[in-house]
Design a protein around this ligand. Sequence first.
Ligand code: 5GP
Ligand code: MG
Length: 177
Amino acid sequence: RIKKQIMDAEGVRRALTRIAHEIVERNKGTEGLVLLGIRTRGVPLAERIARKISIIEGTMPPVGYVDITLYRDDLTYFEEKPPAAQTKVNVPITDSKVILVDDVLFTGRTIRAAMDAVIDWGRPQCIQLAVLVDRGHRELPIRADYVGKNVPTSHRENIAVVLEEVDNEPDQALITE
Ligand code: 5GP
Ligand code: MG
């Protein structure tokens, strides 16, 4: 059940534009930046932010992805250690500034797993986190460096993120129950 729209297409566009500006400001340009989207909806968000950064700075940072589905530490389908998350990035990440990008930040477990995968892959200079929506309820000491919108939710509520590339519908974010 849809309770409330929290961002329309313009809202999403403006939030990503602001985040792109914040990333280049905090990192003093684009040197060494690598954007890694968390599959599924983090990937188009990372691509959009990279395009916006290229418009601002004239250089497009490389974009890769992290596939985290089998890596969360609260999954119980595996008796032993689940297979490592697949990270794919077409540039080395050692000494780079990795920006993880996801649609929604909740308990923090996905990001913890993504950081494990990144660190298994190489040794970045730093890892930062950008999310479109922070819905609260962290269970780990993780926070986002760049937030589109903070949306305090109850445990029963969810955030629906609609993105054109994935859903073939205009962008929006909704609170659902
Ligand atoms: P966490 O691992 O922080 O508990 O959850 C974050 C991950 O689960 C993100 O990859 C996000 O896509 C997904 N997720 C968690 N809660 C929500 C939600 O309310 N809405 C959406 N769209 N995704 C969520
Ligand atoms: Mg996700």
